[in-house]
Design a protein around this ligand. Structure first.
Ligand code: NA7
Length: 533
């Protein structure tokens, strides 16, 4: 073999790529890893917009596999801001000595399976080509940004920015008329920050967000100590939970409580400032629309309590989808921002944005002159990062063609016709509907065990069976249909990208159940896979 052959290629240096590379190296495999950014971080490298913050609690959004990493790292805030998570990943990369396996500032353009050699041939935008037995994608769920194809975008005379490609030196909005399009997690976080500096901020809202005041604050010394002292119990509880975040779900349905009892429960949960404590507080909240409406109305009451103008409060209140069917956003002073004199809201639901002009934004019924436009318009999530790479399996079949009508995977981790390829946080896994770091630890460890097994039996190929993939994908859809997820036009279902097939891209049965299924597959000798020698 030439120097450009490795046992495995890993794509990406976010949480998943860093841990996967570490595990494979630890198992004695050679690894070539690629990352488009100049360093580790993944989505936390790119999303540097002001206000960018995780929607999971810091101590829960961290690796648990290494006692040293837990011991040596100290989070400062309850909800970590982007710079702190990036520092954490740099710390992890340094402790694991992982960077030497990476080519940074290098984007993988193609990965082609070669039948004769049973190897992947992987090429990059810097002209590197390597071969590897295993191809492991850790390309992230939110790494392909989406900017709607508004006509005239190129004519705009001011500055345009996407939240996920923010200038690292920052931008001074003083004296500027700024427009923000989008009120998902990114919009809800960036809007209060821009409002502090802009001369005027106009928010273009198509769908209002259910948002939870994250009540962010520094962690107390006691919280930090308790976490480390009780880490083993924490690991057990988070692994037993469906969302990778322990919560105490009541044993009574929302509709079996009186309104007064429910309000007391919601109020208590609201003050915990943790989304899972609200959405999972009653068992029926996410399966019964009437139950869901009770908590949706509670969230609306919080908007009315903050926004001084009742008409504006109503315009900011979500009404036409269940709470949780689009991601609950976590905010710091979001609704308060609309009480400012320099902020206005434009609803583009009924009068959509028609064009971007040289001077600003034109909707169906008005024109808004602007100096800068911020696209907080989200991502071609989960499948986008994989379909953007020219990945070809057996018989030259392209992944993007295979998934043209929607992704099909086995366990979210493997695709039939694509031997020796593992898709960490892939569609059909419990990726973004759980604490993703918890999901990543499970995916990486399961994959590492599979690779160790394949090496020990000197397997040549490992491939998901088509029937297993079809069945897994169909079951994942059926399971989602028992919930309220299909009722939201969210990036969970591809509904945010025009033309993208509308199908749930996450396994909604819970990370705990998923873990058992994966372990069972392993125990049954990789049931649903064909291992060829
Ligand atoms: P999201 O949650 O997909 O939000 C995108 C926002 O942009 C959302 O409010 C969209 O409205 C809006 N949007 C998209 N296209 C348009 C057009 N054409 N016109 C008007 N408004 C539009 O992305 P985020 O970056 O906020 O969050 C993604 C995840 O990143 C987040 O959940 C965290 O996990 C991190 P819509 O709702 O589609 O009507």
């Amino acid at each position: 073999m030439t120097e450009s052959h490795y046992d495995s290629v890993v794509i990406g240096a976010g949480f998943a790529g860093v841990y996967m590379t570490h595990k494979l190296v630890e198992q004695g495999l050679t690894v070539k890893a690629f990352e488009a950014a100049e360093t580790v971080g993944g989505t936390w490298f790119w999303n540097t917009y002001p206000g960018a913050r995780c929607d999971c609690i810091s101590m829960e959004y961290a690796f648990t596999f290494s006692p040293e990493l837990i011991d040596e790292w100290e989070w400062t805030e309850r909800y970590p801001a982007q710079p702190e998570i990036l520092r954490y990943l740099e710390f992890v990369a340094a402790r694991l000595d992982i960077k030497r396996h990476y080519s940074f500032s290098t984007r993988v353009e193609s990965a082609h399976w070669d039948e004769n050699s049973a190897l992947w041939s992987v090429s990059t935008d810097t002209g590197q080509t390597v071969t590897a037995k295993y191809l492991i994608t850790a390309a992230g769920c939110l790494s392909t940004s989406s900017t709607p194809a508004f006509p005239g975008i190129e004519q705009f005379g001011g500055q345009t920015l996407h939240t996920s490609a923010w200038p690292r030196e920052g931008i001074d909005f003083s004296g500027m008329r700024v427009g923000v399009i989008g009120t998902g997690s990114s919009g809800v976080q960036v809007i209060p920050k821009i409002a502090e500096h802009a001369e005027h901020l106009t928010v273009f809202q198509r769908t209002p967000a259910f948002s939870l005041d994250c009540g962010n604050r520094p962690l107390t010394e006691k919280e930090k100590r308790d976490f480390k002292e009780n880490i083993e119990e924490f690991k057990v509880l988070s692994r037993q939970s469906g969302s990778g975040q322990f919560t105490d779900t009541l044993e009574v349905n929302a509709l079996d409580h009186t309104e007064e009892e429910r309000t007391a429960v919601y109020e208590d949960r609201w003050n915990r400032h943790r989304a899972i404590d609200l959405i999972a507080c009653y068992p029926d909240l996410f399966t019964d629309r009437a139950a869901n409406e009770t908590i949706a109305e509670f969230f609306r009451s919080k908007i009315r309590a903050v926004v001084e103008d009742p008409e504006l409060a109503e315009a900011l209140s979500p009404r036409d989808y269940p709470l949780g069917a689009k991601r609950i956003t976590l905010d710091t002073g979001y609704f308060q921002t609309y009480n400012r004199d320099n902020v206005s809201l434009v609803s583009v639901k009924d009068a959509p944005i028609e064009a971007i002009t040289a001077a600003g934004i034109r909707t169906a019924d008005a024109e808004y002159p602007l100096d800068a436009i911020v696209f907080a318009t989200g991502f071609d999530a989960i499948t986008g990062p994989l379909m953007n790479i020219d990945i070809r399996g057996r018989d030259g079949v392209q992944l993007r063609d295979k998934w043209a009508d929607g992704p099909m995977t086995y366990l979210g981790l493997a695709v039939d016709g694509f031997p020796n390829m593992f898709t960490l946080t892939g569609p059909g896994s419990p990726n973004v509907l759980t604490n993703v770091v918890c999901a990543i630890e499970q995916h990486v460890e399961w994959t590492a065990d599979a690779v160790a097994h394949l090496e020990s039996v000197e397997a040549r190929t490992f491939e998901a069976d088509e029937t297993a993939a079809k069945q897994w994908t169909a079951e994942a859809v059926e399971l989602a249909d028992t919930t309220l997820y299909p009722e939201g036009n969210s990036w969970y279902t591809g509904a945010n990208i025009p033309g993208k097939p509308r199908v749930i891209m996450s396994y909604v049965g819970g990370l705990n159940v998923y873990r058992e299924i994966c372990d069972d597959v392993t125990a049954k000798g990789y049931e649903g896979f064909t291992i060829a020698g």
